[in-house]
Design a protein around this ligand. Sequence first.
Ligand SMILES: O=c1[nH]c(NC[C@H](O)[C@H](O)[C@H](O)CO)c([N+](=O)[O-])c(=O)[nH]1
Length: 155
Amino acid sequence: TKHLIGSLTKTEGLKFAVVVARFNEVVTNLLLEGALETFQRYSVDDDDITVVKVPGSFEVPVVAQCLGKSGKFDAILCIGAVIRGDTSHYDAVANSAASGVLNAGLSSGVPCIFGVLTCDDMEQALNRAGGKSGNKGAEAALTAIEMASLFKHHL
Ligand SMILES: O=c1[nH]c(NC[C@H](O)[C@H](O)[C@H](O)CO)c([N+](=O)[O-])c(=O)[nH]1
């Protein structure tokens, strides 16, 4: 039986883009920090990481698709924080971000990792951005490394 799996240790030469929504930047900067530290811990070269800022999560997918199609990256990490609070169009933004990131990956053929928090309130979001529930940005970075390695070395 042939089992294909991405490595977390053979990260040399893997190139990553990180698309970060500025909306709720108190949260998204913490997610970005967690992601960058995880890349560093897993020996991803700093020169192999490109960070792109966009206004909100709704703008993330089109940039992820563009970066994917550039052929310059092995995985695209998408970071955002959609917080319901008193936002009327929470569902529109959250659902668009999810389907948008999915389609960016499918259309570009480059793994696009969904690191967009969708939470009811700021406390929930902060708990998932380095609080007691961990850091979704760090987790998504691990996923990005595994998927980049799987595609580069096995697919
Ligand atoms: O990333 C977010 N964008 C949000 N809206 C902006 C949206 O992403 C676009 O930038 C905007 O609609 C312009 O296209 C949010 N809310 O509306 O609450 C949110 O919680 N998070």
